[in-house]
Ligand binder design. Structure first.
Ligand code: RP5
Length: 163
């Protein structure tokens, strides 16, 4: 397994299914990651310790996912200079709008990059793009990934035109 360059942190084990898309993307690009269940509310000391040691342990980006009053991404961002990408999880009666607003509305000075509700795949792609700034192999893989996406859309378009 490749050394972990990305930290994936979820606020609860119930968030894990939402994060599968991120794991799939990182696996596809051969990017090693560590996966943790840490809560800003239930295990605040462990969450803080994770963030404070993330850089020295070799992590370069953190993806943090949580639902409801989703403070986890912001709390991690407060304790590390690494970029943090927040994934709002749809959990509870508000369908993830609560988590989206909690994650995206960071105060000035401590940003969290925020993807759409449940869009863990985009969080992983953004993490790969950050790593690719200093990794030519990842850059090449990203070019190939985009070309594949374009090809898939062109094929769908051709199918519709021929129907
Ligand atoms: C949040 O509360 C977690 O991130 C999860 O999305 C939500 C519900 O957690 P559980 O009650 O399922 O553990 O902190």
């Amino acid at each position: 397994m490749a050394p972990a360059r990305v930290g994936i942190v979820v606020g609860s084990a119930s968030d894990l299914p939402t994060l599968q898309a991120a794991r799939d993307i990182l696996d596809r690009f051969g990017v090693g990651y560590e996966l943790r269940v840490l809560s800003a509310h239930r295990t605040p000391a462990a969450a803080t310790e994770f963030a404070e040691t993330a850089l020295e342990r070799g992590l370069q980006v953190v993806i943090a996912a949580a639902g409801l009053a989703a403070h986890l991404p912001g709390v991690l961002a407060a304790h590390t200079p690494l970029p943090v990408i927040g994934v709002p999880v749809a959990s509870g009666s508000l369908g993830g709008i609560d988590a989206l607003l909690a994650i995206v509305q960071m105060p000035r000075g401590v940003p969290v990059a925020t993807v759409g509700i449940g869009n863990a795949g985009n969080a992983a792609l953004l993490a790969v793009q950050m790593l690719a700034l200093a990794d030519a192999d990842l850059r090449q893989q990203l070019v190939a990934y985009r070309a594949e996406q374009a090809q898939a859309v062109l094929e769908q378009d051709a199918k519709q035109r021929d129907a």
